[in-house]
Design a protein around this ligand. Sequence first.
Ligand code: ADP
Ligand code: MG
Length: 431
Amino acid sequence: MAKATEVSNGAQIEMGKPYFCQECKRNHTKGKIYKEHLKFATAIEDEENPDEMVSNNELDEENGEAADYDDNFEDIEVEENIDFLDTEDDLEDEENPDNDEIADDIDDDDVNLDNGADACVEAVKKLPGVGEATLKKLIKSGFNSLESIAYTPPSIIQEESGLGEKTIVKLIKSSMDKLNIGFKSAEDVWEHRRTIAKILTGSQELDDLLGGGIETGSVTEFFGEFRTGKTQLAHQLCVNVQLTREHGGLEGNALYIDTEGTFRPERIIQMADGLDLDHKQVLKNIIFGRAYNSDHQILLIKEAANIIKEKNIKLIIVDSIIGHFRSEYIGRGTLANRQQTINSHLHDLLRLSEINPELAVVVTNQVQSKPDVFYGNPLQAAGGNIIAHGSTIRIYLRKGKGEQRVAKIVDAPHLPEGEAVFSITENGITD
Ligand code: ADP
Ligand code: MG
């Protein structure tokens, strides 16, 4: 599969590094070109490799993975009119739900320095040494709060903003000072943990298992076989996050990154109706981005940083996180490379949840069977240890009777192991 990073005439390009593009005859830096380039790369990909699903299947057979894994791709379809992540229009333009423009707005040259949000931007502006130009660069690359600067490794800020190393080190140091980052007492940590907001899932039992719902400030991973309800849960959370706090929501919007083509607005409508919500409004409050390959997926998450505050996003879904990586990084030879890329993608997500304490991140993951396990559950989340260490809370889903599904906590720093049964109905997730 052609990837954006491979398009430049065979030159070795590292994600995020500037490079000379043969297609456009100029140097590209992070951000802008990826967008244009991905259009280009996608076009190439379509011509060269119309049969992506075949390569998925081949991969599975090659690795001796479960045959039913193929089912997962059953829902993939070639959609002509796909909504791209479009910051302006998807929220505002209800006349035109099938808007098929690429999200140009995000990278626009004219960065609006006083865009809505902006005590956070004000704080960045007040950092010593931040003039108009530096501020523009920071905001354009998504560093629009002290937290976003303080929690991001300098190399990444440098890559994305183009600012000099020394400047960045100073910025990080002064952001940390301002935020009072350093050692604190356990009492302070507890004070913070107590105030963590949660999104209800629709099933009381599942909420109880999760200690009150899906936590903000963390990454939650649902993994399981096909039809175990991962995508349904993702849909439900996009609706529930919009509820008032008394009703278990966060009064916020959702960003849905779909890598498998299984997002269905129809389901959102049914779930919204089930809660007596205005489904038109509920749909408007979900920003949708279809990721066509792993680079695109990574890019969408990088760009998400720019719109979280502006669009009041309180939930990010990536459904599923691993699929593209599995099909693109074929063969054992590239395994290390793949793990490294997934790792950095997951850290982007973790960082987003840390930088935005009111944000919950939920990812889904496919399972693969590991035939070499003789006892215990042979089903393991795809992506191996990398995913396991990147997600804060992991929940394994399996089928029960009929519409019932069973959720089991596999890994959570503060929750006891346990199971919950919930149901998937026409109106969504319930007990
Ligand atoms: P996955 O874990 O593969 O993402 P899904 O979340 O797509 O699985 O779950 C699919 C299941 O959801 C179906 O098998 C069905 O049981 C249930 N489901 C989907 N749509 C509806 C609906 N409209 N009414 C009731 N149940 C549904
Ligand atoms: Mg799914």
